[in-house]
Design a protein around this ligand. Structure first.
Ligand code: AMP
Length: 335
């Protein structure tokens, strides 16, 4: 890591298997960023506690995220790869930042409202203060950029508000205001295969392409993508479900393949069965090296634990510097 490079922080929750949305919204950016940023990439295990996971299951899923990070190309010599819960400075700064977050703004936040709707029997306080913990994950390393998918944009905006509030309250210019980041022009949104919203770990298996899916499973899932009876007039606008299929194709297929189907759509000769078949094959080709690498890496657990141990050391060292400064700024300096 170099002192002169800007800092990037991001994480993925170990609440399920990694899917294409995690890959294109987050991990692919982490891999590109590690060469030009000081990257801190973590497994967001504290965040997953809001859904009360079984302990053994949480451990397994956390390990799996780290494996996926490595299989996708994160290099522990270039960045810090760690478990969020290995950094005790995070909960301390979280406690402090809870004082700068207001109930009203947290209650208005879109993801919180969605969770209240989806899991009315488990509206715990951790869900409400999720944006505060996420802010702390980012600012504990004084990050400038946060590589996330479109779904996290509002949370990063809130982080900017909290940081601004802190800097103003204590009349310091201590924390940079973090910005969402993607190498694409806009933040990526990978759609769910059923055409309803985004691909998500909390949706049924058949709506997600997992990075570990076997080729036949991928082919089947792609064939089940929802389409319609086809365009009736040349050059017509695409309905959202059809745009989803094209969006998915542009992630994994060659440009001329996408253009071929664009042309067919525009002259009304498109056959969605052919398009989905092609998409299935391209998806299989795209994911094969990642799946193979995950299998290869999972054979050496000791190496994985060493990498996470080392990443934890780097993350704690950086976090301790920030917390020391913050304690001093707010008057908690110990005597
Ligand atoms: P999560 O799986 O909710 O912990 O999200 C981890 C990262 O993956 C975050 O940066 C999200 O923005 C990103 N992500 C999750 N689902 C999608 C999706 N369907 N499209 C784009 N990015 C996503």
């Amino acid at each position: 890591m170099s002192k002169s490079q800007p800092i990037a922080v991001s994480g993925v929750r170990p609440t399920g298997k990694q899917h294409l949305g995690n890959y294109f919204g987050a991990v692919v950016n982490f891999v590109k960023m590690q060469d030009i940023f000081n990257g801190y990439f973590f497994v967001a295990d504290y965040h997953s506690l809001t859904t009360h996971p079984d302990a053994a299951d949480l451990r397994e899923k956390s390990k799996n995220i780290a494996l996926v990070y490595l299989a996708c190309g994160l290099d522990p010599n270039k960045c810090a790869l760690y478990l969020q819960s290995d950094v005790p400075q995070i909960p301390e700064l979280y406690l402090i930042f809870n004082m700068f977050a207001y109930l009203g703004e947290l209650e208005r936040e879109a993801t919180f409202k969605e969770k209240v709707r989806d899991q009315p029997n488990n509206v715990n306080v951790g869900l409400l203060t999720y944006p505060v913990l996420m802010t702390v994950d980012i600012i504990i390393h004084k990050a400038h950029k946060v590589p996330v998918g479109k779904d996290q944009q509002q949370h990063v905006e809130m982080s900017r508000d909290f940081v601004r509030r802190f800097n103003n309250l204590y009349k310091v210019n201590y924390f940079p205001e973090p910005e969402p980041f993607s190498f694409n022009d806009k933040l990526v949104n990978v759609p769910s295969l059923d055409g309803e919203g985004k691909m998500s770990k909390s949706k049924p298996d058949h709506t997600c392409i997992y990075l570990e899916d076997e080729p036949d499973v991928i082919r089947k899932k792609m064939m089940r993508m929802v389409t319609d009876s086809g365009p009736k007039e040349p050059n017509s606008a695409k309905p959202a479900i059809i745009q989803n299929v094209f969006d998915m194709m542009s992630l994994v297929s060659a440009k001329d393949t996408v253009q071929h189907f664009e042309d067919k759509y525009n002259d009304c000769s498109i056959r969605y069965g052919d398009m989905k078949k092609q998409l299935g094959e391209d998806m299989v080709t795209f994911l094969a090296p990642i799946r193979e690498k995950i299998n290869e890496l999972s054979a050496d657990e000791k190496k994985l634990y060493d990498i996470l141990g080392d990443g934890g050391n780097k993350a704690r060292a950086s976090a301790a510097r920030t917390l020391k400064d913050v304690r001093e700024i707010i008057g908690l300096k110990s005597f």
